[in-house]
Design a protein around this ligand. Structure first.
Ligand code: TRP
Length: 329
């Protein structure tokens, strides 16, 4: 089985966009690959979070992934900071990472612009830490979004460079793994673009029925079509796309028919959409609440995951130390 690694930054609750864009695909991949899914809490330190927030957001992410169906029996789910071997590999990779190439990455330049008072070395070496996460398990496939392409390119470069410097064929170059058909782009509720946390247009898996209803009812619409079978403007198309994702096909066809006949009432459509989103989210929401309340379960999952991750990491680190010329640990 091929090894897959993916890191999740603990940046708040999962929304429908995360679910249909990635998490659902992860639940399928865990049956087909040797998967390592981890919470990238070291990465999150670049923005200096408060200690309470680190613990809370790690537990939140863990609970939400489990509630979505990531199965600790199938995939290795762990917290990055539980696996100290990653730091050792991070150091070795940093020794072969050049200031110029790190400074040139767009994510560094963006971050440096966003937080000019905190342009720390962790930001600069973010790609080395990410490469350590990946190379640690000799992953061949890494499911990431387009925004991570440059970091993936760096990971491949660091793998190649290590092999060249030491004259070994040790690290495999990891490939970005496009989720393809398994990933759906979920639109936001504000008329344009996709659902995103920072966009403020998201429905979270944890949202209750009332919140979902309020958000959907507020979604942007227009005065309605005046000509039969007219093209849907983006805000309307977005509502239909959401409906296609969460509702039954008949329901979608019903409202699509009304639209094409210029007989649609958006209020009715939104009510239906809100009900269907709630029907989808409710069981997940209940599981999230259950799991979040079960601190023992959460720490057991994290502990078992850490053990499995450390096993794979130790093997790599032992070999890397040997290659570099250090004594066995
Ligand atoms: N940089 C990734 C992101 O921002 C998170 C991440 C950290 C990651 N380490 C990784 C993703 C390793 C894949 C593999 O989303």
């Amino acid at each position: 089985m091929q090894t897959v690694v993916s890191g999740i930054r603990p940046t708040g609750n999962l929304h429908l966009g995360n679910y249909f864009g990635a998490v659902r695909a992860f639940t399928q991949m865990q049956n087909e690959y040797n998967c390592y899914f981890f919470i990238a809490d070291w990465h999150s330190l670049t923005t200096h979070p408060h200690p309470d927030d680190i613990i809370r957001s790690t537990n939140t992410i863990l609970a939400e992934y489990l509630a979505c169906g990531i199965d600790p029996e199938k995939a290795t789910i762990y917290v990055q900071s539980d696996v100290r071997e990653v730091l050792e590999l991070y150091l070795y990779l940093n020794m072969n990472a050049y200031l110029g190439e790190l400074e040139r990455t767009t994510s560094f330049k963006d971050k440096a612009r966003q937080q000019p008072d905190n342009v720390n070395a962790g930001l600069l070496t973010y790609p080395s830490l990410m490469a350590a996460d990946i190379l640690m398990h000799k992953a061949v496939k890494v499911p990431v979004g387009k925004d991570q392409e440059q970091n993936m390119e760096m990971a491949r470069k660091f793998a190649r460079r290590f092999n060249t410097i030491y004259g070994v064929d040790f690290f495999t170059e990891p490939q970005s793994f496009s989720l393809g058909e398994r990933a759906l782009k979920v639109p936001g509720l504000d008329g344009s673009g996709k659902m995103g946390k920072s966009e403020g247009n998201a429905i979270y898996l944890i949202d209750d029925e009332k919140t979902i209803s309020k958000k959907v009812m507020r979604a942007v619409t227009d005065a309605g079509p005046t000509e039969p079978n007219s093209e849907k403007p983006e805000p309307i198309q977005n509502l239909f796309t959401l409906m296609e994702i969460v509702s039954a096909p008949e329901v979608y066809q019903h409202f699509d028919g009304l639209y094409n006949d210029c007989a649609i009432r958006y209020g009715d459509m939104k009510k239906q959409l809100a009900a269907d989103i709630n029907a989808f989210c409710a069981p997940i929401r209940e599981r999230i609440l259950d799991i979040q309340g079960d601190k023992e379960l959460l720490s057991r999952v994290a502990r078992i995951g850490a053990e499995k991750a450390r096993e794979s990491a130790s093997k790599t680190i032992d070999e890397v130390r040997h290659i570099i010329g250090f004594r066995p640990r």
